[in-house]
Design a protein around this ligand. Structure first.
Ligand code: NAD
Length: 452
């Protein structure tokens, strides 16, 4: 008998659908089907593969409003942001495909006596394992480059967003040859079974802890991995920053998607001189956030994805307060899965909230003496996904180059601009996707040498 995953709307607690869990003992046959389908897929010209993928993406874009609404219902972000996620993920697919094609084209290098040709071949079967916070965007960032490069894909959406996974898969299944793309459902055990199966590449976006267990598991058979993991992103507010703009940004970046964003701002460093004014402005911004059900008009923050995530965030805040952090603001909205904006000051490095990923709507302000202390403290983390510096651009650029994060925004958030990688340093990533070098990570490099 099949077991089912129930999909729950975190705004209301209502069950909105269910999907059968893939039995772990069915995974080897699913991977074998992918292996059987992959060579013919790889044999197609890039243009032929790209045309099928673009057609699937067009079909998804045509239902962007429905998909965005489903994202809002299933994981709780405001519906406008759900629709925005779909558009951001899928728009410009033809440009992305052209970029992938150029990145993977054979390259010839010649010396006086030898011609060497570099080929970038698909690995074979890729397992793509996605999180719930951007359930469509993160999945697509894995699946598109894997398929475009000629791999077959077995895709596992998060157990918290199976319906978005199904809706995404439906259009790919319609447009791709049998077996080239398949979907499986379940939580950790299904993901683990997939990693242990005969796949060649594991593409994973999720927490550092799961990433580490995947890395350990994959290492047994030398499987290739691309891991996009969590973060503890710092924001540095320099003395010459526009404090109004910085406070507006800090609120948006700490509270967007109820703080459940891998590159949300989790630590804000402000020097003594500006600290109090900045905190006041940040509280004013936090007060403006309207918190409510994800489908309600004008809502800027929905609920947290589920009760455990809310409890984890509340526990970090409680421990920080016990250790001397100051509660500057707490939204009165706290019923059910809702947890409105929280602003803390006096946060110090010994607190868990300053070191572990929070993934919740908490803006943590940390007072520093000067820019050097801000840089040292910002870099004092095992994570290294994003970072942001606010200040006079030339000055901010100098400070940005001293930060150890993979991506740094100056007077703006980090972004997935076309042509650029989405890359985490340190324990925020192991491999990466997007941009020329990211696309190449979905392929095995081979070289043929011949005499001239
Ligand atoms: P998670 O690690 O709990 O789960 C991610 C996926 O892995 C899910 O599909 C889950 O079922 C699966 N999984 C769980 N255990 C597994 C195992 N042992 N083997 C294989 N698969 C397993 O993460 P989450 O809670 O879904 O997502 C939130 C995390 O994702 C945060 O840490 C966030 O920072 C990170 N994230 C990172 C990026 C990025 O680009 N770096 C983007 C989005 C989210």
């Amino acid at each position: 008998m099949s077991e089912f995953l129930e999909s729950v709307d975190p705004s209301t607690g209502a069950v909105i659908g269910r999907v059968p869990i893939t039995p772990t003992d069915a995974i080897p046959a699913i991977v074998a089907r992918a292996q059987a389908a992959q060579p013919a897929w790889a044999e197609l010209s890039f243009e032929a593969r790209g045309a099928k993928l673009a057609a699937a993406v067009d079909a998804l874009l045509a239902e962007a409003d429905e998909l965005g609404t489903l994202i809002a219902r299933e994981m709780g972000k405001p519906v406008r942001e759900g629709i925005g996620e779909v558009r951001a993920a899928l728009a410009g697919v033809r440009d992305t495909l052209r970029e992938i094609e150029a990145a993977l084209a054979p390259e010839v290098q010649e010396t006086a006596h030898t011609r060497s040709t570099l080929f970038r071949d698909p690995y074979g079967v890729a397992a793509c394992i996605a999180p719930w916070n951007f359930p469509l965007l993160t999945a697509h960032d894995q699946v598109l480059p894997a398929l475009a490069a000629g791999n077959a894909v077995v895709f596992k959406p998060s157990e918290n967003t199976p319906l978005v996974g199904e809706a995404y898969a439906r259009r790919l299944l319609e447009h791709l040859p049998e077996g080239v793309f398949q979907i499986v459902h379940g939580a950790g055990p299904v993901g683990r079974a997939l990693v242990q199966s005969d796949v060649d590449l594991v593409v994973f976006t999720g927490s550092r802890e799961t990433g580490r267990s995947i890395l350990e598991e994959a290492s047994r058979s030398f499987k290739r991995v691309i891991l996009e993991l969590g973060g503890k992103d710092p924001m540095i507010v320099l003395d010459d920053a526009d404090l109004d703009a910085a406070a507006r940004f800090a609120a948006r970046s700490s509270f967007r998607n109820a703080g459940q964003v891998c590159v949300s701002t989790e630590r804000i460093f402000v020097t003594n001189d500006h600290h109090d004014v900045f905190v006041r402005k940040l509280v004013e911004e936090a007060e403006k956030f309207r918190v409510g059900p994800s489908l309600e008009d004008g809502v800027r923050m929905g609920p947290m994805v589920h009760a455990q995530q809310k409890a984890k965030v509340e526990a970090q805040v409680a421990r920080a307060l016990e250790m001397g952090a100051k509660l500057e603001y707490k939204s009165p909205v706290t019923e059910g899965n809702f947890l409105g904006p929280i602003v803390l000051s006096n946060v110090t490095h010994d607190m868990e909230i300053a070191r572990e990923e929070t993934f919740g709507p908490v803006a943590c302000v940390m007072r520093v003496a000067d820019e050097d202390e801000a840089v040292r403290a910002a870099n004092d983390t095992r994570f290294g996904l994003g970072a942001v510096v606010f200040g006079e651009p030339e000055h901010a650029r100098r400070v940005a180059r001293r930060l150890t994060a993979g991506m740094v925004g100056i007077n703006q958030s980090v972004t997935s601009a076309i042509g650029t990688p989405w890359v985490g340093a340190r324990e925020s990533g192991y491999g990466f996707h997007s941009g020329r070098e990211g696309h190449r990570q979905f392929t095995q490099l081979r070289v043929i040498h011949e005499p001239i």
